[in-house]
Design a protein around this ligand. Structure first.
Ligand SMILES: Cc1ncc(COP(=O)(O)O)c(C=O)c1O
Length: 402
């Protein structure tokens, strides 16, 4: 085996099993209660009706299937994204040609971006900071790109904010990239303008890039989340320097099967990423790019979805034990992040006793240097089937005994 192959293997070996694989293993040999209709609150898959424009737009653009789609996205799609960003975040100007890319779902883009932005040959391994618990792709990206993952614990004591002030100066010195997730999967925390401002100051001081995963930006309980580009512009930065954001129609428009999202920000970083993606990036089929352009241009379906998510959250907490101090109503996303005595035991009991699938929190987090997994003692449940199901889910989770 060549040295390069060995290195690659070592990096791959560092990847743990994906959370849903771990869940399959956990549930092996256990059977769900048969008298109850199963509730799958495990995956973060929004299950809402298709927005009205989808079928017609696909039909009108079917001939696009006879063409290769470009990876960067059609000019119409990139313009629709730029216009949406300007409207949503009150930005002066977003240049569709140089500051925007289409993503074939943000999962691939969040993974690939680390490979474009960090230098694995640096004398000191570049640090890649990420929240913990986290969307697992950040960790996989950091490891396979040859970075050193550094975990920012998100605990109830700090309102689940990844704690920037706890990071040692020696870590900042060798930091190349920071992932932020706001609203957060799984905790529901939302970054405010002060948080992003502080992160931007640190990025200038220590020369790193910020990738802000804002996929849940349109799903919030009370306050519409601010975005990184918005804070960058209002703090006077030219051209969103050092910043990239990602957002996804999977969540905003409940179209996870479409595989369409956006990447936007610093034109220099977009150019670098475009080069990498000209080799690796999958293009979204053209009929679906047409639907995506329509989806970024329509707010009616987004408002309707938001009402359903809010009603679901209310229905859930009306039936769950919301009097307990330990329970936090998530500020954003469609997940609830609930403390339990033992997350794996609870997940198995919920499956067996109540035919409910949820994820143990420890599967969404990594052990820190002290062997502490900040996701342990929590479960994540997705409220993606409307208010009635959310209420039933809450009743069943309350009834679980371990
Ligand atoms: C925080 C977060 N970011 C990104 C994604 C990726 O979504 P997609 O690839 O569908 O755009 C997900 C999906 O669950 C997510 O939870």
């Amino acid at each position: 085996m060549s040295q390069g192959e060995q290195l690659h293997q070592v990096r791959l070996q560092q990847l743990g099993a994906y959370p849903f694989e771990c869940l399959k293993t956990l549930f092996a040999g256990h059977t769900p209660h048969t008298n109850l209709t199963p509730i799958d609150a495990g995956a973060g898959e929004p299950r809402l009706p298709l927005p009205a424009f989808v079928a017609d737009t696909v039909a009108a653009n079917l001939n696009g299937l006879s063409k290769y789609p470009s990876t960067i996205g059609s000019p119409d799609l990139r313009q629709a994204i730029a216009d949406w960003l300007q409207r949503r975040y009150d930005l002066k100007h977003v240049d569709a040609a140089t500051q925007v890319l289409s993503a074939n779902g943000t999962r691939e883009a969040l993974f690939a971006i680390a490979h474009a932005l960090i230098n694995p040959e640096a004398a000191q391994k570049p640090n890649v900071l990420m929240p913990n618990p986290m969307y697992q792709i950040y960790l996989g990206a950091a490891l396979t790109a040859g970075g050193e993952p550094v975990f920012l614990p998100c605990t109830a004591a700090h309102g689940f904010a990844p704690d920037l002030e706890a990071v040692e100066p020696s870590i900042w010195r060798h930091t190349a990239l920071v992932y932020v997730c706001s609203p957060s999967n799984p905790t529901g925390w939302i970054a405010d303008a002060d948080y992003f401002t502080r992160l931007l100051e640190l990025a200038d001081e220590h020369d790193f890039y910020i990738v802000s995963d804002e996929c849940y930006s349109e799903i919030y309980w009370q306050h519409k989340p601010v975005g990184l580009l918005q804070v960058a512009e209002s703090s006077g930065r030219a051209g969103f320097s050092r910043c990239l954001v990602m957002n996804s129609l999977s969540k905003r428009s409940a179209l996870p099967g479409m595989r369409s999202g956006l990447i936007a920000g610093d034109a220099g970083l977009i150019k670098r990423f475009t080069k990498l993606r000209s080799y690796t990036g999958p293009g979204t089929p053209l009929p679906l790019q047409a639907v995506a352009a329509a989806a970024w241009s329509d707010e009616t379906h987004v408002r309707q979805h938001l009402e359903i998510y809010r009603a679901s959250l209310k229905a859930f907490f009306d039936c769950y034990d919301n009097a307990s101090e330990d329970i936090t109503i998530p500020a954003g996303s469609f997940f609830v992040w609930l403390p339990v005595a033992d997350d794996e035991a609870f997940a198995v009991a919920a499956f067996e006793q109540q035919a409910v699938t949820i994820l143990p929190g420890s599967y969404l987090a990594a052990e820190d240097a002290h062997g502490v997994n900040p996701g342990a003692g929590f479960i994540r449940a997705a409220l993606v089937d409307g208010p009635e199901c959310a209420a039933e889910l809450a009743r069943r989770l309350r009834a679980v005994r371990i």
